[in-house]
Ligand binder design. Structure first.
Ligand code: THU
Length: 148
């Protein structure tokens, strides 16, 4: 792979990594371990597992760990993503995590769902993203209405 080419997606490898991540989960409260793995546009693999807390609401989803791994490891864009339950079966990312994935993969990110591989545009239709923030000025005025 050269730097201007998209890395090839090995879904079997991603699923294996997701299972490995799931096996490291800390999920004593729900008993529902989750593992996540993704391919980055520079060819690296990143991963994460859920990390629960006695204060239940503080729980970190597997995708939170994955995004942290992505950013701490040098950033980049997510190209392909898979997450699984304790049986190794693909699960849908929760709503909040779909937003996390949108931020770091955008419309082109491919997601391994129970219904097959889908683009993020189908996983999170009409997503809110960074470009929405730039459509209004600092006081909420639409930029095109700004006389300045
Ligand atoms: N969980 C994830 O890690 N990712 C998801 O997308 C769905 C839910 C975790 C959070 C919690 O530790 C457990 O699954 C049960 O909700």
């Amino acid at each position: 792979m050269t730097s201007d080419q998209a890395p090839e997606i090995d879904w079997a490898l991603l699923r294996t990594r997701a299972v490995e991540m799931m096996e490291r989960a800390y999920a004593p409260y729900s008993g529902y371990p989750v593992g996540a793995a993704a391919l980055v546009d520079d060819g690296r693999l990143v991963g994460g597992c859920n990390v629960e807390n006695a204060a239940y609401g503080v729980t970190l989803c597997a995708e939170c760990g994955l995004v942290s791994d992505l950013v701490a490891g040098g950033g980049g864009r997510l190209v392909a993503f898979s997450c699984c339950d304790a049986n190794g079966a693909q699960i849908m990312p929760c709503g909040r995590c779909r937003q996390l994935l949108w931020e770091h993969g955008g419309a082109a990110l491919l997601v391994d769902t129970p219904a097959g591989v889908l683009p993020m545009t189908e996983v999170l239709p009409q997503a809110f993203g960074a470009e929405d923030l730039s459509t209004v000025g600092p006081r909420g005025a639409a930029l095109e209405d700004d006389p300045a």
